[in-house]
Design a protein around this ligand. Structure first.
Ligand code: FES
Length: 124
């Protein structure tokens, strides 16, 4: 397995994720960054949005399959709704993580999740 391609932009480490032309329009697609972090990328008329694919409700990797309404995505499992721009939960519950990203030509780069191992992963 080859190491992922990374780069630094303004002190933030990014990993090359995908070619924007491989993304479905007005829909989501999931990508694994590493063993613990899966993101959902949405290519919408409003822009490109990258959020965690893991719903904070039951920790299910399903956000990429959510129903879209503008820049809001609704989890297909129990209906929690999130603003893709901020990750805010529309009902005020746990938010969805938003990942910084940059686009360079057709390539999409996403911030490398240098954070601590997620608390939920300790239960695995
Ligand atoms: S798993 Fe997403 S709302 Fe329950």
């Amino acid at each position: 397995m080859t190491a992922p391609m990374t780069r630094n932009v303004d002190g933030v480490r990014y990993v090359r994720l995908c070619n924007v032309l491989d993304l479905p329009q007005a829909d989501g697609k999931a990508f694994d960054i590493d063993d613990l972090h899966t993101v959902a990328v949405f290519r919408l008329p409003e822009g490109l949005f990258v959020v965690s694919n893991v719903c904070p409700h039951k920790r299910m990797s399903v956000i990429c399959n959510g129903m879209l309404s503008g820049t809001t995505v609704q989890c297909p499992m129990h209906g929690w709704r999130f603003d893709l721009r901020s990750g805010a939960n529309m009902a005020g519950q746990a938010p969805l993580r938003v990942y910084r990203h940059v686009q360079d030509g057709d390539w999409v780069w996403v911030e490398w999740p240098d954070d601590e191992r997620p608390a939920w992963a300790d239960a695995l």
